[in-house]
Design a protein. Structure first.
Length: 193
């Protein structure tokens, strides 16, 4: 059996780092989706909402899908995570490899704007939902949970599709990786889509 050449080994290590940076988020979100889904489908199981409550449930889900699923995830966060993951290689600094998912999410080594968005999401939006939504009464909590499931599920699916496409074909999303100006210029990835 022939041994892999150093360049093949480095290519495998690079692919492993990139996959870790991308799919960490998928494995992080899937249990959240599972837990929230149980509450989100309660009105569908009970079938005890008024017509106005059903309309509100549908509006909340559609609004969250449109604003968060399509607007935030599909157009911004998901392609950025995959694009930034493509910048990681076996030769990247050790801290970027170990913290690859956080690098890909723009939590460090990013423009000031990206840092504010990323950390704002971590310390404002997520805790805001976690603190307020559990105290909403039925069916409003379930409606918001359903909206989160649909939006986050869509965003997770976008990460999976873009991540697999990038890793298999080398076609990385054509989106600004929002690296800081002090960082060396990044060579464009081949096969951008």
């Amino acid at each position: 059996m022939a041994e892999a050449s150093p360049s093949e080994q480095q290519g495998c290590c690079t692919a492993a780092v990139q996959a870790y940076a991308i799919f960490f988020w998928v494995f992080f979100f899937v249990p959240v989706l599972g837990n929230l889904s149980k509450l989100a489908i309660t009105p569908l199981q009970n079938r005890n909402l008024t017509e106005a409550q059903w309309a509100a449930y549908a509006c909340i889900v559609l609004a969250m899908f449109s604003i968060v699923g399509l607007g935030v995830f599909q157009r911004s966060w998901s392609p950025m995570v995959v694009r930034r993951s493509g910048l990681l290689t076996a030769a990247s600094p050790c801290h970027e490899i170990v913290l690859a998912p956080f690098f890909s999410a723009g939590l460090f080594a990013a423009t000031p704007t990206r840092l504010v968005k990323a950390w704002g999401l971590m310390f404002v939006l997520i805790p805001g939902f976690a603190v307020t939504v559990p105290y909403l009464s039925y069916p409003w909590r379930e409606s918001v949970d359903a909206g989160v499931v649909v939006a986050l599920g869509w965003g997770t699916l976008v990460v999976v599709v873009l991540g697999i496409r990038a890793l298999v074909t080398g076609r990385w999303p054509d989106i600004d990786p929002e690296l800081p100006a002090s960082r060396d210029m990044v060579a464009p990835l081949t096969g951008q889509a």
